[in-house]
Write a protein that binds this ligand. Structure first.
Ligand SMILES: [Mg+2]
Length: 242
């Protein structure tokens, strides 16, 4: 059986896409920005073990920014004051460190731009011919900027990003609430919506919400890991599902 035979798009009302790592290769940009932050922070404070990409997948990937900071620090037995989102990037707080990472991300995005994955665009083109609602569900507050930079903003009538989640008091991934909110915005329920995710926290969100189908996209988290945490189907590229 081919992968495309595993997904009958016509059976669903909505396709809910994570952004970073699913539609655009910005997971790599986030990954580099987190590495820049934690490599220097842990070494400056002589905290071991040093930061590696495995930490990114285990503790940070897909989560709201400050949750990522707090979780990674906890893995090293470190607790910092929470601080405030208005903290400068120099502040030694959870928010300050998160803002330091975001400054790094924005710098990289401005310097290099971003292009959507061709396979993902091929799938979006295909879905545009079907009566299926499309949404982006991202923990990032940078989602609108990334969608615009990649030239795919007009494909999505609904975008639930970090700012929308905050406005509506929705807990971030791995909680299912942001995905459920997007399904509702598209006029359907969880059972008739497909969640498409590359992060462990994201497929966990899909599994927690009883969605119709959870598609994992393996960009490094690992096929079996995504299956173990809630993906029903895993592909290497969304072009396989056209
Ligand atoms: Mg992602």
């Amino acid at each position: 059986m081919t992968e495309s035979a595993l997904v009958r798009w016509a059976d669903y009302d909505a396709a809910l896409f994570d952004l970073d790592g699913v539609l655009t290769p910005t997971a790599e940009v986030h990954m580099r920005a987190w590495a820049a932050l934690f490599t220097s922070y842990l070494s400056a404070h002589q905290i071991s073990p040093p930061y590696t990409d495995a930490d990114y997948f285990a503790y940070v990937d897909g989560k709201p920014r400050y949750d990522g900071v707090r979780t990674l620090l906890a893995s090293r037995g470190v607790t910092l004051p929470e601080g405030d989102p208005s903290d400068p990037p120099t502040a030694e707080t959870v928010c300050g460190l998160g803002n330091r990472k975001n400054a790094e991300f924005e710098h990289e995005l401005a310097a290099h731009g971003v292009a959507a994955y061709p396979g993902s665009v091929a799938l979006l083109d295909h879905l545009a011919t079907l009566p299926i609602g499309l949404a982006v569900v991202s923990s990032s507050v940078n989602a609108p900027a990334v969608l615009a930079a990649a030239g795919i903003a007009d494909r999505f009538p609904v975008v639930v990003d970090g700012a929308v989640a905050l406005d509506h008091g929705l807990p971030g991934k791995p909680a299912p609430d942001t995905y459920a909110f997007a399904a509702k915005q598209l006029g359907t329920d969880d059972a008739h919506a497909i969640v498409i995710e590359d992060a462990v926290s994201g497929v966990q969100a899909g599994a927690a919400g009883d969605f119709g189908l959870v598609i994992g996209v393996d960009r490094g988290a690992g096929r079996q890991t995504l299956l173990d945490h809630g993906a029903d189907v895993v592909v290497a590229d969304l072009g396989e599902l056209v």
